[in-house]
Design a protein around this ligand. Structure first.
Ligand SMILES: C[S@@+](CC[C@H](N)C(=O)[O-])C[C@H]1O[C@@H](n2cnc3c(N)ncnc32)[C@H](O)[C@@H]1O
Length: 274
């Protein structure tokens, strides 16, 4: 049975309140396609029964699982390649020069999904800047989804996921085959602290950051949420740090304190130098 308008309104309000993800009218098919598999596996009956349970249950677990099901976790290794090329050719060498005195580098992937983005960056560092492994590195990767956090911590990937963007030499060097899957090796996993973090809630303390990857997540939010996240990013980004957004995202008309770097379609921004 298709989702009723009132059940759709209720679910979209919960999702918006808890994650800032906007589900506009017309996205009923999306809610149905994401929620129905859960209804079947969990034996929740129907969407109507699920909504009734959500309204009457005080425990947050059910609500969290519905919100989590509505996140889009699409990602791939070295996605859009240009950000990684810019980091390799210019930005990380520049950081290494500038941070010689402290030998500290801080990186944050703010919507890390199943981990391909932070692991791509970790492999890029190991391949090209091994000296950084002796630096004090704060490398955090976070997501709102507990399932994604667990996946990142475990580091298992299917052949299909491996085929999307991972060069063969890196597969051979950094992954071990276990059954039908590939697991990224422990030394790479250990470089990154995987946390749960909801971007629309108060952020925990973190040291000021040199490189922030916040790619392909702002697109799901309304303008006010985008503005408030960009403002919070300004508060933690080092004055000479860099922010990466997804190819369909921009700071334009949202926050004029950022300026876009002119490097292909890298989606790289820095704080406007006054
Ligand atoms: C499309 S993926 C992007 C993954 C990666 N950054 C990339 O570009 O390949 C979007 C991720 O944002 C996460 N997300 C959605 N809303 C969020 C929120 N309010 N706080 C933190 N993460 C959120 C989702 O769980 C999902 O894993």
């Amino acid at each position: 049975m298709p989702i009723s308008p009132s059940d759709f309104d209720y679910i979209s309000q919960v999702v918006r309140k808890d994650s800032a993800i906007v589900l506009e009218k017309g996205k009923e098919y999306l809610v149905e396609s994401r929620i129905m598999p859960l209804i079947h596996t969990e034996g929740w009956g129907s969407i109507e029964q699920l909504v009734h349970k959500m309204k009457t249950e005080t425990a947050r677990d059910l609500r969290d699982r519905v919100v989590e099901a509505m996140t889009t976790n699409e990602t791939s290794f070295f996605r859009d390649i240009h950000p990684f090329e810019l980091l390799k050719s210019t930005l990380i060498p520049e950081m290494i020069q500038k941070r010689q005195a402290t030998r500290e580098l801080n990186i944050w992937c703010g919507a890390s999904s199943s981990g391909q983005e932070p692991f791509s960056l970790a492999m890029l560092i190991r391949e090209n800047f091994p000296q950084l492994l002796n630096w004090k590195m704060f490398f955090m990767a976070s997501d709102i989804s507990r399932n994604m956090q667990k996946r990142c911590q475990a580091g298992f990937y299917s052949q299909l996921e491996i085929n999307r963007g991972l060069p063969a030499p890196l597969l051979v060097k950094y992954f071990a085959r276990t059954g039908m899957e590939w697991q990224i090796k422990e030394d790479v996993r250990k470089m990154i602290d995987f946390r749960l973090l909801n971007l629309c809630e108060k952020w925990p303390y973190m040291p000021s950051v040199d490189i922030i990857m916040m790619r392909n997540v702002l697109i799901y939010f309304d303008i006010e949420t985008k503005k408030s996240i960009l403002k919070k990013i300004r508060d933690i980004l080092k004055p000479d740090g860099y922010l990466f957004l997804g190819a369909a995202e921009t700071t334009l008309n949202l926050d004029d304190k950022f300026e876009r770097m002119n490097f292909k379609q890298s989606g790289c921004y820095r704080l406007r130098q006054e």
